[in-house]
Design a binder for this molecule. Structure first.
Ligand code: SAH
Length: 332
């Protein structure tokens, strides 16, 4: 619940803040609300439902990346915790399976099971943040797990609102990033309704290549996908947008691609994240050599666009981008 909703339910903003503050201080999702909490715990429990996912699997890779398979009453989703210097990032899923069919992503193999509710996205954060290294608490959330967030935007926006609300968990709005394969109407609404960060998975510099990699996006050519960012740049010139670009050997990794990419981003305060393709079983695509990745990065950065490489984390436990596909996890 948002603080406003809880305030209405309890008839007291002070109690609502106390209860919400207490809830987010718990190390694990509580099964019970003691009566002492804000003096109303049991009354709240009687009128709402308290449920928590079952952790079906928890695997950690050598670099500290941890992948969780969470079971919400028979619906399985994956969540990843990625530690870095000083903070951890929690990567949450917005759908079980995915409504889109990017040829390079393992999630498409699952098909689409169902949209997740906001509370299920929040529960992923709650479960995954516990166990973050003490010197790297979970301060960032990225909606980059399974699913296309713009196809489930009401619930995603609600989750963003709760994640950033005071008194808790109070993440910085720009530390919450929602990533989209480029669903244009959803992007416009998102930019209007929240200040959270938007990442667009561009992945190609020509419509032909993009249509091959991301067939469902054919109805929105690259120019249409970037238009909302360009319009937002006029309204909010300081708001930075993230462009995700998965690099595939011999498909979209030439110097000419790097040049076109820079051209496409003119007029957009953009940061580019390059992701060398993470292969998965059955994928015919492969990542470029490390030298090619670095040269592509150099080409983009030399033209004044901040460009980072997301070297794979958690690849050996299939927790890296595009590898979430619940291998071997069966619901009870
Ligand atoms: N559907 C949303 C959210 C998923 S984010 C979106 O497309 O943005 C997942 C990110 O990982 C996207 O940027 C996607 O392009 C990237 N990705 C998918 N499969 C990948 C793979 N096999 N290797 C590397 N990156 C991949």
């Amino acid at each position: 619940m948002t603080v406003a909703e809880m305030s209405a339910a309890l008839g007291s903003p002070a109690r609502a803040r106390e209860l919400i503050g207490w809830l987010w201080r718990q190390p694990a999702l509580p099964r019970e609300l003691p009566d002492t909490v804000a003096g109303v715990g049991r009354r709240v429990q009687a009128s709402t439902s308290l449920s928590a996912p079952v952790v079906r699997e928890r695997v950690q890779s050598a670099d500290g990346t941890t992948k969780f398979a969470l079971d919400f009453d028979g619906t399985l989703v994956e969540t990843v915790r990625i530690p870095a210097a000083g903070r951890s990032t929690i990567c949450v899923s917005s759908q079980a399976g995915c409504t889109r069919h990017c040829v390079f992503c393992a999630a498409k193999e699952l098909g689409f099971h169902r949209h997740l509710r906001a509370w299920e996205m929040l529960a992923q954060f709650f479960v995954a943040r516990a166990g973050a290294p003490a010197d790297a608490p979970a301060r960032n959330v990225v909606f980059m797990g399974m699913g296309e967030p713009m196809d489930n935007l009401d619930e995603v926006l609600r989750a963003v609102r709760v994640l950033t609300q005071s008194p808790a968990p109070q993440l910085k709005t720009r530390s919450v990033t929602v990533s989209t394969s480029g669903v244009v109407p959803g992007m416009r609404r998102f930019l209007e309704e929240t200040k959270a960060s938007l990442a667009v998975s561009l992945n190609a510099t020509t419509d032909e290549t993009r249509a091959r990699l991301m067939p469902h996006t054919r109805i929105w050519p690259i120019a249409a996908v970037l238009a909302p960012l360009r319009e937002e740049a006029v309204r909010a010139p300081k708001r930075v947008h993230f462009i995700e670009y998965v690099l595939f050997d011999g498909v979209n990794d030439t110097d000419a691609d790097a040049d076109r990419l820079v051209g496409l981003l003119e007029g957009i305060p953009a940061r580019v994240n390059l992701i060398p393709h993470n292969p998965f079983l059955g994928s015919r695509l492969s990542p470029p050599s490390q030298a090619r990745v670095l040269e592509f990065q150099r080409c983009v950065a030399a033209r004044g666009i901040r460009c980072l490489v997301r070297w794979p984390k958690g690849r050996e436990i299939a927790a890296a981008c595009g590898q979430l596909a619940l291998a071997g996890v069966a619901p009870r």
